[in-house]
Design a binder for this molecule. Structure first.
Ligand code: GDP
Length: 455
């Protein structure tokens, strides 16, 4: 059970050999604890250099840097001490144990960030951005998460809330003091509600794009044996990861790697060549595996060998994936066929008759292929917003939007303003969930449980 009065500590860096390790302490007793185990007086606001001493044995443990932050000027809003040790897992553990023995408790997942939220240092959207930033796999998603951390989503939501609060205050005043305050014009209510409706609608329109940027996508490379799947896998990664041979069935298992497709983080999977009939047991398992990878992917790259032309067996393999799935048809080995292709924005999609032409040998068409994947996944949804929303924000926005729509319909027929105000209040509550003003413990636990210890 977490207790805000406890002083917590954790290792904030990965527990492996490195140049430095960081132990973080937060809470009332932070300064007392460090005084007991540091060989000199710690002065807040400066970098303190000295030794950590085991106060039971007098043994010197490590030469360290101690960074003290006096509340409220710290990440958590409490007294915080960070100890920078040498990056030996043994030393880091020993110092952590010493801190624990001297009165701290081990922090639970995300507890430092949770305290920062509970002490109003950041709102909930910023706390979530900390996690997004840690987990970002491309520079684009990292940049958007950093924007959220600096408060762009918070400001967007707060601006909307302020306008709704202002109109709600006017309605309430005219209802409470009808003799002194005039009824609010319906046109004014409609203008505020219309503005909020438009803004939320726009954010939700980009929800899919936000989800793709936050969570990434899975791309499967499919096709008959020897069409050039492993070669394309290597070409997209720009390394030799998959084994390339001209022996059918070389790739018996699926191999995956992460790549950046124009800012989208993608897991690229090279499936085993799919062929039925006279194949051994191991290859059969590989083929089954490939089918399930294809089913779970967001987009399938359907390859056929350009030097042989499209075969019936190719079409059979392509038909293994659901027709609803996004697919790109790719003709390989352009260096043999000599075919050329200008990159066309894929409005009509790529068909087996109008495929993307590539050569993994010369890298011909590889950049075009990346652009086509990006377009197929995000299409015209690409937007220039400076923030990201997650599923929780989107759910809250949808709830707020439905109340705003009800309030707007009521205002259009000049319904009693008392009734209109009920839905404005509900919309405000839903928007408050994003910043965490209105949020229950269960939701908080769910959010902070996905953090690592020490963050
Ligand atoms: P997979 O079985 O579909 O994974 O196919 P591989 O990538 O292992 O390639 C099968 C054979 O085709 C190998 O001999 C490759 O060197 C050859 N190959 C693959 N891509 C190209 C290409 O772009 N040009 C040429 N000339 N040969 C290729």
């Amino acid at each position: 059970m977490e207790n805000m009065f406890d002083t917590i500590c954790a290792i904030a860096t990965p527990l492996s050999a490195g140049s430095i390790g960081v132990i973080r302490i937060s809470g009332e007793k932070s300064f007392k604890i460090i005084e007991k185990i540091f060989d000199r007086t710690v002065k807040p606001g400066i970098i303190n250099h000295g030794w950590i001493i085991d106060n039971k044995t007098g043994q010197k443990l490590d030469e360290v840097i101690v960074l003290p932050f006096k509340n409220p000027k710290s990440f958590t809003g409490e007294d915080v001490v960070e100890i920078q040790t040498h990056g030996s897992p043994v030393i880091i553990r020993e110092i952590l144990n010493l801190v624990l023995e001297n009165g701290a408790k081990l922090a639970s997942r995300g507890e430092f960030t949770k305290r920062a939220f509970l002490n109003h240092k950041i709102d909930l959207s910023q706390a979530e951005a900390v996690l997004d930033l840690i987990n970002a796999k491309t520079s684009k998603s990292a940049a958007l998460a950093a924007n959220n951390l600096s408060g762009t989503l918070k400001t967007e939501i707060n601006n909307m809330r302020e306008k709704l609060i202002e109109i709600l205050a006017k309605i309430t005043a005219s209802l409470d003091f009808p003799e002194d305050v005039k009824e609010v014009e319906y046109t004014e209510i409609l203008s505020v509600l219309g503005g909020a409706e438009e803004k939320i609608g726009k954010i939700l329109q980009n929800a899919r794009c936000h989800n793709v940027l936050r969570e990434g996508i899975q791309i499967a490379i499919a096709g008959c044996p020897n069409v050039g799947k492993s070669s394309l896998f290597n070409a997209l990664l720009n390394i030799k990861r998959a084994i390339v041979t001209d022996i059918a069935g070389t790739t018996r298992d699926t191999i995956s790697e992460n790549i950046d497709i124009e800012g989208i983080s993608a897991t690229l999977i090279d499936t085993a060549g799919i062929r039925e009939g006279d194949i051994d047991k191991v290859e059969k398992i590989g083929v089954e595996n490939s089918k399930s990878v294809i089913d779970n992917s967001d987009i399938i790259l359907c390859l056929f060998d350009g030097s042989k032309g499209l075969q019936n067996t190719d079409t059979e393999v392509f038909e293994l994936s659901e027709t609803r799935k996004k697919r790109l048809y790719i003709e390989t080995k352009q260096d043999i066929t000599g075919k050329t292709q200008e990159y066309i924005q894929s409005n009509t999609g790529y068909t087996p008759e109008n495929p993307i032409i590539i050569s993994s040998k010369t890298m011909y068409g590889i950049e075009n292929l990346k652009k086509a994947v990006f377009n197929e996944i995000l299409g015209s949804n690409i937007e220039n917003s400076s923030f990201l929303t997650n599923q929780r924000h989107q759910e809250a926005l949808r709830k707020a939007l439905s109340h705003i729509k009800i309030a707007k319909s009521a205002a259009e027929i000049e319904e009693l303003q008392d009734l209109i105000s009920i839905d404005i209040k509900s919309a405000l509550l839903a928007l408050g969930e994003i910043s965490g003003e209105v949020v229950n413990d269960e939701v908080l636990d769910r959010i902070f449980d996905s953090f690592c210890i020490g963050k």
